[in-house]
Ligand binder design. Structure first.
Ligand code: FAD
Length: 299
């Protein structure tokens, strides 16, 4: 196995163009497991650890541009206000050691349906910045996941950054596992309220071949909130609306039975998480944070 060690982003792109089968390695917390278990024996490893730009982030007006290799601990420590859903999801990843090494770029590269960043990215709204020597493009997060552990990257492309919309309202992330730490999700759910556009977005993990949004559930809830004037009057969401939202989220799943859980358990748990995260975020919106947003909206 040859080891390619570019010192800059340009060198990394040139190396990937020259060796399209090269496997990029960032934190290595997925790649090294695969190599150790002999599940993968790449001809070339493309080490991205010397490309320092990948460890940087920028907070812009509307979004955060998060370098592909920014580790989860940095997101938790520095971006909790801007990206609360992703920070909560980061908390649930593995252990401090893994969170110090692994990052969102690697989670996207692996594109496992169980990856914890995905539901949070889907709910917040994100675009993946990918580049090759041919140029760069932004892939909407909904179009990034193309199959089980497959993504929209071309063979010569690398992930440079992820542009995640800054939170304009409360966000939540919930995960079911057999214990509280060091656990792959049985299923997971992300929810973000977007008061500025009066919309709700969701993300479901580990309950379909790819991470998915529950779009019918979102449309139902958006219409119900609009009709009832909820964004302005801040009333408690009626239990029947919350339950129908939960049922539609469960219906958006297309899970399998596996060692971690059955399909029917996953559907059930997604419904519960959808109802709970809706209650938590809506309660938060109705509180101080929400009142400020509503006043801003009315003025
Ligand atoms: C003990 C343990 C526990 C874990 N627990 C969790 C968990 O709870 N939740 C969870 O989501 N994950 C978990 N993981 C998986 C892993 O930590 C995450 O997926 C992490 O985000 C991977 O990031 P990384 O930088 O280490 O990726 P790497 O292992 O370096 O790479 C992962 C994949 O992405 C590709 N890649 C990396 N960077 C780029 C780039 N810039 N452009 C293109 N492709 C790229 C690689 O080629 C590879 O295919 C766990 C892993 C271990 C070992």
């Amino acid at each position: 196995m040859d080891f390619l060690r570019p010192a800059s982003w340009e060198e990394a792109l040139a190396a990937k163009a020259g060796h399209p089968t090269a496997v990029p390695i960032a934190g290595g917390t997925d790649v090294m497991v695969e190599i150790n278990f002999d599940h993968r024996r790449p001809e070339y490893l493309l080490d991205l650890n010397r490309v320092r730009d990948l460890y940087e982030w920028e907070v812009g007006e509307e979004s955060v541009r998060l370098g592909a290799s920014v580790p989860y601990t940095k997101i938790m420590d520095h971006l909790r206000a801007e990206l609360p859903g992703l920070a909560l999801a980061s908390h649930t990843v593995a252990s401090p050691q893994i969170r110090n090494r692994g990052g969102v770029g690697g989670n996207l590269g692996t594109a496992s349906p169980a990856g914890d960043a995905h539901p949070a990215l889907l709910a917040a709204g994100a675009e993946v910045e990918v580049e090759s020597v041919r140029g760069s493009r932004l892939i909407p997060i909904d179009e990034f996941y193309t199959g089980v552990k497959r993504n929209a990257l071309a063979a010569d492309e690398l992930i440079r950054a992820v542009h995640v919309r800054k939170a304009d309202g409360p966000q939540q992330y919930s995960k079911v596992g057999t214990r509280n730490a060091m656990v792959i999700a049985v299923c997971a759910f992300g929810l973000a309220l977007h008061p500025s556009s009066r919309t709700v977005r969701t993300g479901i993990g580990s309950a379909a071949p790819t991470p998915v949004r529950a779009k019918t559930a979102e449309e139902f809830l958006n219409a119900a909130l609009e009709e009832g004037g909820f964004w302005d009057n801040g009333r408690v969401i009626t239990p029947s609306v919350a339950q129908q939202f939960a049922d539609l989220c469960a219906a958006a799943c297309n899970p399998i039975d596996d060692v971690r859980g059955t399909a029917s358990y996953r559907r059930h748990a997604v419904g519960i998480m959808a109802r709970r995260t809706l209650t938590w975020t809506w309660e938060s919106y109705r509180g101080t944070e929400g009142r400020t947003q509503r006043k801003g909206g009315v003025a």
